[in-house]
Design a protein around this ligand. Sequence first.
Ligand code: FAD
Length: 406
Amino acid sequence: MSEPVPQSDRARDLHARLKEFMRERVEPAQARIQEWDASHERRWQVPPVIEELKRDARGAGLWNLFLPDATHGAGLSNLEYAPLAETMGRVLFAPEVFNCSAPDTGNMEVLHLFGTAAQQERWLAPLLEGRIRSGFAMTEPDVASSDATNVAMRLRREGDEYVLDGRKWWTTGAADPRCAVLIVMGVSEPEADRHHRQSMLLVPMDAPGLRVVRPLKVFGYDDAPNGHVELAFDGVRVPASNLIGDAGSGFAIAQARLGPGRIHHCMRLVGLAQRALEAMVQRAGTREAFGRPLGGHGMAQEAIARSRCEIDQARLLTLHAAAELDRQGNRGARDLIGMIKIVAPEMACRVIDRAIQLHGGAGLSQDHFLAHAYAAARALRLADGPDEVHLAALARSMLKQARDHD
Ligand SMILES: Cc1cc2nc3c(=O)[nH]c(=O)nc-3n(C[C@H](O)[C@H](O)[C@H](O)COP(=O)(O)OP(=O)(O)OC[C@H]3O[C@@H](n4cnc5c(N)ncnc54)[C@H](O)[C@@H]3O)c2cc1C
C-alpha cells in the first residue's frame, strides 16, 4: 500500500527494516510466547525469547524509536513514528521488543523532560537500555480517577522524606519481575487549588511497605508477566529528592505525559485493526458456507468494506494528529489527540468484533489473536481517559473557541 503521507528517507528505511524484523523474528515467536503463557508456573516470569528479541532489535538499530530526542532516542517526529508504531501494534507484545511499550515510553519521556540529572542516571538510563521496566500509578480504586484532580493518595512530607499511604490499581507493568520503579501521583499540597495539589514521586518497587495486592484481569486476560495490578502503600518512605519537577506540578506533568502516550496507543490500534481485517479477508476467501465462500455473502463483504473504510479514516486522523503534535506541541494538538483517542479504540473494537464474527467460534478461542486483541482495544476506551472525558473536553474546547471568536 502506498504511504498516505510521504515520509522521510530515514523513516522509510527504518520502517522497511522494522517490517522485516516483525516478519522474520517477532511473528514466528508468537507461538513460543503463547506456549509460555499457557504454563501456570512460568507465566509471571519473562519469556527468554523476549530478551533475545530485544537484544537483536537493539543490535539492528530498531530501539527507542518513539523518542523524538536524537541523543536518547531515534530522533523521529511523531509523524515519522506513526507507521512504525502501527506496524509494532500488530502483535501485542511487539512494542516491548523495540523498547517502545507503554508505560515505559511515557515514563521515559517524563524523566527525560522533568527528571533531575541524578534521577535520569538512576532510572532513565536503565529504562533506555531496556534493563528495567516501570509503572505509572495514578488511578485509585476509591475515587473516580478519570478526573485526575480526584486522585487522593497523600504524599506527606516528613523532613527529607515523603511518606505514602493508600491504594492504587490498574498500574500496568508493576507485576513484571523487571519493574524496578513506579511514578506515583498523589496529593502533596492539599491546601493548593485543585490543579496544583498533586505531585509525582519516583518509588522503587522494593521500597518497604509497597506490596502488590493482586493482578487484575481484562475479560480474563491478565497480560502476564507485565500485569495490571492493585498496589498497597503502607507507610512507604522515599527521599524528597525522588520528587519529579516541583511540588504541585503533578497535574501538569500528567498532561504532558499523556499527549504522546495517547497517540502512540492509537497508532498501535490502527495496526491491530489492520491485522484483524487481513485475517477477515483471508478467512472470507478460504471458508465456505451455504454453497459459497464467506466472502461471497453480502454481509461479509459489508463487514470487510466498512472495516477498510474505518481503518483508513482512523489512520489519516492519527497522522493528522501526529503532524499537529509535531507542529504545535501537546497543547496545540490537544483537540486532535482527543479526537483520535475517541475514534481509534472504538474503531478497533468494531473491526476486531467483525473479524471475530467472521471467524465463528474460532474467533473467540485461544487459537486466534482476535479475542485478546479485542480485550486490549476495549481497555483503551478507558485507559488514558474514558471516551466520555475526551468527548466532553473536545466539546468544551469547541464551545470556547466559538465564544472567543465572537
Ligand atoms: C487495561 C488497563 C490498564 C490501565 N493502566 C493504567 C496505568 O498504568 N496507570 C493508571 O494510573 N491507570 C491505568 N488504568 C486506569 C484507567 O486510566 C482508568 O480506569 C480510567 O482513567 C477511568 O478511571 P476510573 O476507572 O476511576 O473510572 P471513573 O473515573 O470512575 O469513571 C467511570 C465512568 O464514568 C463515566 N464518566 C467519567 N467522566 C465523565 C464525564 N465527564 N462525562 C460523562 N461520563 C463520564 C465514564 O463512562 C467512565 O468510564 C488502566 C485501565 C485499564 C482498563
